[in-house]
Design a protein. Structure first.
Ligand SMILES: CSC[C@@H](O)[C@@H](O)C(=O)COP(=O)(O)O
Length: 377
């Protein structure tokens, strides 16, 4: 993806192994700032406060977090401590656990002296695979958009929620990969970007990256989505996923479920774009997905740029009003038209997922232990 016209990735290691560079997403869209993470603790902080966010980028950052841990200490105890600290940062995106388990499985069998180089190599491989998976999702999703375009004969009005774009991954995005692919293919489209309260990832991040890429888009209040569907202004919805259960239930940013309900009522196709590492084959249904509860302050306050151009935060609610902030919800598989994966489009069901990922068959039952902390996570 391009930022100010320059091809850029969301996370990059420094050549000397001293740090990784990220875009500080808490500063967007008003400031574009690169931040260096020089320890696993800094990587954990960046994930916790959402300097980096989005399921695949959380996984990639955690992988580099273990590489940074290896810079300091390569023994088993240090690696387990770093993995335990990183896994605590955000509970819903399964990519975090997936990346940490993959790193530990690769590193622990090696002699400590071999681990440093292997860790950087494995984290980079995770990033390269993410890019390739997202490009494949883009190709598969493009065919869905193309079919709608051919049937309709005009610009495709696509809606998305939160940010499942370039900024949520290493490159290209998941839900937005088909958008970029369609745009590059010359298909006329317009993207409805729902603001995504309380953190406004749609208004701040999706709008910013679409604007950087020149893709036509319009930001709407979350509450406008159902109205637009009723008026026939939405041809399809594509969202991302933080975790897809083995039966096709989908956890994604809070508010996704309401969009899926409105889509069903109005006959609007509702697709979920998710790469393999976002699928939790060990989890039977969405009922078991841990839903992150974030600080009430994200609801009671809102951040933006003031008239002087400074970044500022203001309070929305009365001083004494309590607030609740569940960060994700679960959309039942029955409301999902299809899952767009790197291996193709499938039904949101156990059969659909088994068809695309036959090698995961053995994982469809819960595993007794995880290498992180030596116990289940
Ligand atoms: C490709 S990212 C898919 C999801 O991670 C995305 O839709 C989302 O919900 C992100 O939530 P966030 O809380 O911003 O990390």
């Amino acid at each position: 993806m391009r930022v100010h016209g320059i091809p850029t990735r969301t996370i990059q290691p420094l050549a000397d192994g001293s740090a990784v560079e990220i875009i500080d997403q808490t500063r967007l869209p008003h400031r574009y700032e690169i931040k260096r993470l020089a320890s696993w603790q800094e990587a954990a902080e960046a994930i916790s406060v959402m300097r980096v966010r989005g399921a695949p980028l959380i996984g990639a950052t955690a992988a580099y977090g273990l590489a940074l841990a290896c810079q300091a200490d390569t023994n088993d105890t240090a690696l387990h401590a770093a993995a335990a600290g990183l896994i605590e940062t955000r509970p819903t995106a399964v990519n975090l656990r997936w990346a940490l388990e993959r790193m530990l499985s690769r590193l622990l069998p090696l002699a400590p002296g071999q681990r440093r180089e292997a860790a950087w190599h494995e984290a980079a491989a995770i990033c390269e695979e993410d890019v390739a998976q997202n490009q494949a999702i883009g190709r598969h999703g493009l065919e869905i958009i193309r079919a709608i375009h051919q049937r309709k004969g005009g610009a495709v009005n696509l809606m998305t929620h939160c940010n499942a774009g370039w900024l949520a991954t290493v490159d290209w995005g998941t839900a937005l990969a088909p958008v970029y692919a369609a745009f590059e293919a010359g298909i006329a489209l317009d993207v409805w970007v729902s603001e995504t309260r309380p953190r406004n990832q749609g208004a701040a991040l999706t709008a910013w990256e679409l604007e950087q890429h020149g893709v036509p888009h319009t930001v709407i209040a979350d509450n406008a989505a159902g109205h637009l569907m009723q008026k026939g202004e939405v041809d399809l919805i594509i969202v991302g996923a933080d975790r897809v259960a083995a039966n096709g239930d989908v956890a994604n940013k809070i508010g996704t479920y309401l969009k899926a309900l409105a889509a069903r009522d109005n006959g609007v196709p509702f697709y979920v774009a998710a790469p393999g590492p976002s699928i939790d084959f060990r989890l039977a249904s969405g009922a078991g997905i841990p839903i992150e509860q974030r600080a009430a302050r994200e609801v009671t306050h809102i951040a933006g740029r003031d008239v002087e151009g400074e970044l500022a935060e203001v309070q929305l609610t009365p001083d004494a009003s309590p607030a609740l902030n569940p960060a994700f919800d679960v959309t039942p598989a029955r409301l999902v038209t299809g899952l767009i994966t790197e291996r193709g489009v499938c039904a949101a069901s156990t059969a659909g997922l088994r068809g695309l990922y036959p090698e995961e068959g053995a994982n469809f039952i819960p595993l007794p232990t995880s290498p992180i902390n030596g116990g289940g996570v």
